[in-house]
Design a protein around this ligand. Structure first.
Ligand code: PLP
Length: 336
């Protein structure tokens, strides 16, 4: 295992040894390739660069209590990448190939898989983009699928502490046409102007629906849930990314008899909740201490410590991911 101070890792890139690649040409996917070369010569007119014909995924591998290695719900990521690829008019990578590639990327970089108990994990980032040179507005015919992995620590520096958030309604995260529901780079690039200054200040950003700026959408790279009277409430919106963690938490709520409401949530309701948190693969559950609305100067407070529902769900999720309890829904894919 590499000599890394696992407990000091942040959510940033640490170079690992291998990447996995697969090229689509002549209408078919080729063989998986493992290589130490992490750069790729790419034509400057590649459709992935010219028109952002691109999509990506994010998932994690965990060293578990019993010494096995698990990946959390990779089939869901494979299916979502197919949805994103379809939306970007790209070929679909078969689910089996996706799982095989992810497994290979983890196995080849095992030295970087953080030890159990450090809280750090191995983040897996599959990406796909068009490489055919295109100057006329048209899709590529050749595509590259690559996976890079990196050991990471918490998404927010506070880990499972609380982070302040700020509402943004001046820079839209996504076009109001529902394009935000795919994991494509363009959605992120268009959010940087709103998110970077906040991130520099250690603050998260909460986006409202970009059509009316009335309803909660999601956080930069994570969904949001809030708690009121013991009920888990999360925005229903067709311009948010369908988060696998959010969906998993809703299932855990049902298992734990916590009522769930997935509905439109107007920002004017923010004062009525007792807990709030960002949720996603990167964020896991990142409790929110307060949400500031800079346009009307109001700050809504949810406590400087994680609340009871956040704590209960965090434990339930982590126990499954790290193999400390029975995996009733068969969410963990165990490497052999
Ligand atoms: C990846 C992502 C999420 C979280 O999704 P998970 O499947 O839970 O990791 C939420 N919002 C956006 C915009 C994302 O890109």
């Amino acid at each position: 295992m590499k000599d890394i101070d696992w407990t000091k890792l942040t959510f940033s890139y640490t170079e690992t040894d291998y990447i996995v690649r697969c090229r689509y040409e002549h209408g078919a996917w080729g063989e998986l390739v493992v290589t130490q070369e992490k750069t790729l010569p790419i034509h400057v007119a590649a459709a992935g660069l010219q028109y952002a014909q691109q999509c990506f995924e994010g998932l994690k591998a965990y060293r578990r209590a019993d010494g096995t290695i698990g990946i959390f719900r990779p089939i869901e990521n494979a299916l979502r990448m197919q949805d994103s690829a379809r939306a970007m008019y790209m070929p679909l990578l078969p689910t089996d190939t996706f799982i095989e590639a992810v497994t290979l990327a983890v196995k080849m970089n095992l030295d970087y898989l953080p030890p159990y108990g450090t809280g750090a994990t191995l983040y897996i980032r599959p990406i796909m983009f068009g490489i055919t040179p295109k100057v006329g507005v048209a899709p590529a015919e050749e595509f590259e699928f690559c996976i890079v992995v990196t050991p990471i620590g918490p998404y927010f520096p506070t880990g499972f502490g609380t982070t302040p958030f700020i509402i943004n309604r001046h820079v839209d995260r996504a076009a109001p046409l529902g394009t935000g529901q795919y994991k494509v780079g363009g959605n992120y690039a268009s959010s940087f102007r709103a998110t970077e200054p906040a991130h520099e200040a250690g603050v998260g950003v909460l986006f409202l629906d970009s059509a009316q700026h009335l309803y909660l959408d999601e956080c930069g790279g994570a969904n949001i849930f809030l708690v009121k009277d013991g009920t888990y409430c999360t925005p229903k919106s067709d311009s948010i990314l369908p988060s696998i963690i959010n969906r998993s938490l809703m299932q855990l709520c049902r298992d734990l008899l916590i009522p769930v409401e997935e509905r439109r949530i107007p920002y004017t309701e923010l004062g009525t909740f007792t807990e709030a948190a960002a949720c996603g693969t990167g964020a896991a559950i990142s409790p929110i201490s307060r949400i500031t609305d800079p346009d009307n100067g109001i700050t809504y407070h949810y406590g400087e410590e994680p609340g009871p529902v956040c704590k209960q769900l965090y434990k339930a999720l982590r126990d499954i991911q790290f193999g400390r309890v029975e995996d009733a829904h068969n969410w963990c894919y165990i490497l052999d």
